[in-house]
Ligand binder design. Structure first.
Ligand code: SF4
Ligand code: SF4
Length: 360
């Protein structure tokens, strides 16, 4: 049996605990309770297996990864295993001393997320007060520790007009890169979709601001931006293609081809407590199901882009087309594209109260 190339990177969802409650959080509605999280030794074992598999990067995420007291130990283990280490954090609990310890443990890079540059709106989206000021303080400490910083902004209806202010915030914070990503409609974003989806015109205006800033700030800050699926004509290569570049380990140790894969009900996931990572990656049922192109229906099967976008997102295909093995409805060639476009038109002009992410 020929094995696939090893993954480029692994995303560790260390915990679902988080001090914020963002209404667009992509974590599942059924959050993993702390008692079910992998132990330090189990995460360390996973890191060593990744090294043996030939993985190059590990991204520590969550929830809020800093909620784990062993974060420094895990960063150090990954660093000693020659893995590039990236921390994806809300930053609200990260104080100077902890950032220094993480830098000392060998952390290579931090991605700090902001909800908005308007404090009241940031509070309203995160469901807690005063997060933005704490993020600004964390950004200063990150730069003081000499760590490269990327600022992540999640765009939705209530902040889409402030893209320019977000770029300014990232510049002020000393970031080398800003990632402007539209909400992905998984997890908690689904019940909040009508309140979060910006209208097309607002997305187009934001795009013009981004294009202008890209030109103006060339060599100063890199600006990444992806057109939101609901207004796209072709899908993105979700996770670089299913089972091609990434694996995700959730807090309880289930190994997933993407962080939303558990929304596909008939997929069976292996767990690092029971099976080694190499065998999960090479032969695990969940990874095999949509790897490559053999599973593809028409129009993907005979499409020249099939090894470019790999048919797009399986979770979105299930959500919108009702079939995880269908062409991603973000593609204009998909028979379900009109359904996605119809949903894009359903924005809540008098937004209903947000459903906040929490343990339920
Ligand atoms: S999106 Fe918000 S609630 Fe979800 S993990 Fe990130 S900071 Fe926490
Ligand atoms: S038909 Fe399939 S492979 Fe072709 S562009 Fe659309 S999603 Fe991609």
């Amino acid at each position: 049996m020929t094995h696939p190339a090893p993954p480029l990177a692994a995303l560790f969802e260390l915990t679902h605990r988080c001090p914020l409650q963002c209404a667009y959080c992509s974590n599942p509605l059924a959050l993993t309770p702390p008692a079910q999280e992998l132990t330090t030794a189990q995460w360390q074992d996973a890191i060593r297996q990744l090294q043996a598999l030939g993985v190059l990067q590990v991204h520590f995420s969550g929830g809020e990864p800093a909620a784990r007291n062993d974060l420094e130990t895990l960063v150090e283990t990954a660093h000693r295993s020659d893995l590039y280490t990236n921390l994806i954090t809300s930053g609200v609990t990260l104080k100077e001393a902890r950032i220094d310890r993480l830098a000392g443990a060998g952390l290579d890079h931090i991605q700090l997320s902001i909800q908005d540059t308007d404090e009241a709106q940031a509070d309203a989206m995160a469901g807690v007060k005063g997060a933005l000021a704490r993020k600004a303080a964390a950004a200063r400490a990150i730069r003081a520790a000499g760590l490269p910083l990327t600022v992540n902004c999640v765009i939705q209806r209530r902040n889409v007009a402030r893209v320019a202010a977000m770029i300014d915030w990232a510049l002020e914070a000393g970031a080398r890169r800003i990632e402007i990503a539209h909400v992905q409609y998984y997890g908690w974003a689904i019940p909040n979709r009508a309140a979060l989806l910006p209208p097309r015109e607002a997305v187009d205006r934001a795009l013009a601001v981004i294009e202008d800033a890209r030109e103006r700030l060339k060599g100063i800050i890199a600006i990444d931006h992806v057109i939101p699926d609901y207004y796209a004509a072709r899908p993105k290569a979700c996770m670089g293609g299913w089972g091609r570049q990434f694996l995700v380990i959730d807090p309880a140790g289930d190994v997933l081809p993407c962080h939303a894969a558990k929304t596909i009900p008939d997929l069976r996931f292996d767990n690092v407590r029971q099976r080694d990572l190499a065998s999960i990656w090479n032969e695990g049922e969940a990874f095999q199901r949509f790897r490559g192109t053999a599973w593809m229906p028409q129009p993907c099967r005979s499409c020249e882009r099939k090894e470019v976008d790999w048919g797009g997102c399986r979770c979105q295909a299930l959500k919108i087309a009702g079939n995880a093995a269908a062409t991603d409805p973000a593609c204009a060639l998909s028979p379900a594209h009109a359904r996605l476009q119809a949903l894009a038109g359903v924005t809540d002009l008098a937004p209903s109260p947000l459903l906040y992410r929490r343990y339920i």
